[in-house]
Design a protein around this ligand. Structure first.
Ligand code: ATP
Ligand code: MG
Length: 563
């Protein structure tokens, strides 16, 4: 190996995350000869950005190692699961650009899991327990004290087999007994103190219907499902670290293929909540319009907000894989979408808070077409023509009767460049009785056509505009953070996360855009020059357009906070 190749090799090693390092070791020492991961959502809600992180990780590992990644629905808890969620999850994974190798359901393994439970019973490693939930947890005592065995722990295998089969047959009421693994009542790890494997639950399952009256617990089902599918690396979030001995105990005692569970820190983002239970509550109590409300941290919400798959991949990369929990700033997510859209998005002009400007020296009734560039970052996007006339709309904020320091936009006596069009010098304004500015006046310099200086004179301010007569009005939804505090999960006593909802998370206005915005489809995404990135919403119909603000151009939020 040459020196150069060697240093390349080292560089590659350095940039590997800890999971990749573990995998490399396994491939080297022969523990595994391939990589097979899975993404295992429970279909009890829509996926959020935390799941996106896990998707990028699991599918990304499979891609990197030329391996496979399954999509497995962890549907062992029928009371909360629905087919609608299964469909939305598939849509979201596909939208992120991934194709799973196999689509599986833990419920497909119910018979196998049951047969394995019988085997553990026969081996004296599981027993039917009739204690109440409270008694079970009381008998487990605390990690530093010995646990207490109940009278059911020493039943014979025959008796356990009989009872378990009758649990399945429906002879006992819900909650009257459970099947427990017989492991170690003195383990310092409470998960090993005879964990529950099965419960009786008369619930309709979205796939198996009413076939089963007993359902396996997550800990019993998960490792075995991984094993059945030949998963090599079972990546999950940190809270499962303490479950790992149990995961290993089941596959060892059943003597089946043993995947390696690896834990990483879950993604947390400020100004939002990420638990599906809380997201469901926001939807059910109508604090948001649905799972795909553009303020939601769900993948479908982000998509509707104007996020691209690439922006989410970039975000997942930047966040990286950590072993310790931390909180990522929402600003990073916004940064990533700006990075991506800056390269891709058309530029358009739209005025969000209009005030009329009259160019007193421009011929009345005249309209001329002005050439505008679609995207300065990408010349292949070409140009378009936009109408210009005597009366324009400009942003209210682009005029000040008495300018503050360093204000370079419209004020009496100041000359400003109107993007792509002309230089216009402000000559004054008109106010109504309340003192509100209702019209601004200016004079244009015909020699500055195209927005270029005719004589080299310098112009400091450039503003956007639309021709009033030709303007296309449309609804615009300006979104802000859903919560007004960094950590809504951390509620004060007597409050819940709902008490921290940001009352100004949605403002609806009518904006005035250049005419080309009319002929766009839902999903059309562009930059309104100087104002931010916007996407046409699916609620648009016919002539009526609705645009959602994806994000502003700069981090105005942080500035607001520091005022
Ligand atoms: P929640 O707590 O939000 O309800 P969950 O962990 O119960 O989420 P699952 O459907 O069980 O949701 O998760 C599927 C996969 O996504 C799991 O492997 C889980 O570890 C991972 N995952 C869930 N939330 C996050 C997160 N915030 N960051 C990274 N991975 C996550
Ligand atoms: Mg879960």
């Amino acid at each position: 190996m040459t020196n150069e190749a060697n240093s390349e090799g080292n560089k590659e090693k350095e940039s590997k995350n800890f999971i990749e390092q573990i995998i490399d070791e396994h491939l080297k020492n022969g523990r595994f000869n391939k990589v097979h991961t899975r993404f295992p959502p429970e279909p009890n809600g829509y996926l959020h950005i935390g799941h996106a992180k896990s998707i990028c990780l699991n599918f990304g590992l499979a891609e990197k190692y030329n391996g496979k990644c399954n999509l497995r629905f962890d549907d062992t808890n029928p009371s909360k699961e629905e087919t609608e969620y299964v469909e939305s999850i598939k849509e979201d994974v596909k939208w992120l650009g991934f194709q799973w190798d196999g689509e599986y359901y833990a419920s497909d393994y119910f018979q196998q899991l049951y047969d394995w439970a019988l085997q553990l019973i026969k081996d004296g490693k599981a027993y039917v327990c009739e204690c109440s939930q409270e008694t079970i947890s009381q008998n487990r005592t605390t990690p530093t004290r010995e646990g207490i065995a109940c009278e059911h722990r020493n039943r014979s295998a025959e008796e356990n087999l009989d009872l378990f089969q009758r649990m399945k047959a429906g002879e006992f009421p819900d909650g009257s007994m459970v099947l427990r693994a017989k492991i170690d009542l003195n383990s310092p790890n409470m998960h090993m103190r005879d964990p529950i494997m099965y419960r009786i639950m008369r619930a309709h399952h979205h796939r198996t219907g009413d076939d089963w009256l007993i359902y396996p617990m997550y800990d019993y089902a998960h490792g075995e499902s991984d094993s059945i599918e030949g998963i090599t690396h079972s990546v999950c979030t940190l809270e499962f670290e303490v479950h790992r001995p149990l995961y290993e105990w089941f596959v060892q005692n059943l003597n089946i293929h043993a995947p390696q569970q690896i834990e990483f820190a879950r993604l947390n983002i400020n100004y939002t909540v990420m638990s599906k239970r809380k997201l469901l509550q926001l939807v059910n109590e109508k604090h948001v319009s649905g799972w795909d409300d553009p303020r939601m941290p769900t993948i479908s919400g982000l998509r509707r907000r104007g996020y691209t798959p690439e922006s989410i991949h970039l975000f997942a990369d930047k966040v990286g894989i950590a072993k310790r929990e931390n909180v990522i700033d929402m600003g990073l997510l916004e940064f990533c979408v700006r990075e991506d859209l800056n390269k891709k998005a058309d530029r358009r002009m739209a005025v969000l808070d209009p005030v009329k400007l009259i160019i007193t020296n421009y011929p009345e009734g005249q309209t001329e077409m002005i050439e505008a560039v679609n995207n300065h970052e990408d010349e292949s996007k070409g140009k378009r023509m936009i109408p210009f006339s005597r009366e324009l709309y400009i942003e209210r904020g682009d005029f000040m009767e008495e300018p503050s320091k360093k204000y370079h936009r419209m004020y009496p006596g100041n000359e400003v460049r109107f993007r792509y069009a002309y230089f216009i010098t402000c000559t004054g304004c008109k106010k109504n009785e309340e003192g509100e500015i209702i019209e601004i006046y200016g004079e244009y310099d015909p020699a500055s056509k195209g927005g270029n200086s005719p004589d080299g004179r310098k112009i400091k301010g450039t503003i956007h505009w639309v021709s009033a007569e030709h303007a296309y009005p449309f609804e615009t939804r300006l979104y802000d953070r859903l919560f007004s505090v960094e950590n809504p999960d951390d509620a004060e006593e007597g409050k819940t996360f709902l008490d921290y909802l940001n009352p100004e998370s949605l403002t609806t206005i009518i904006a005035y855009g250049e005419p080309s915005l009319k002929d766009t489809e839902a999903g059309y995404s562009c930059q309104f020059e100087r104002m931010g990135y916007f996407i046409k919403d699916k609620d648009s119909s016919g002539e009526k357009s609705i645009f959602n603000r994806t994000t502003g151009l700069r981090d105005s939020w942080a500035k607001e906070q520091n005022k």
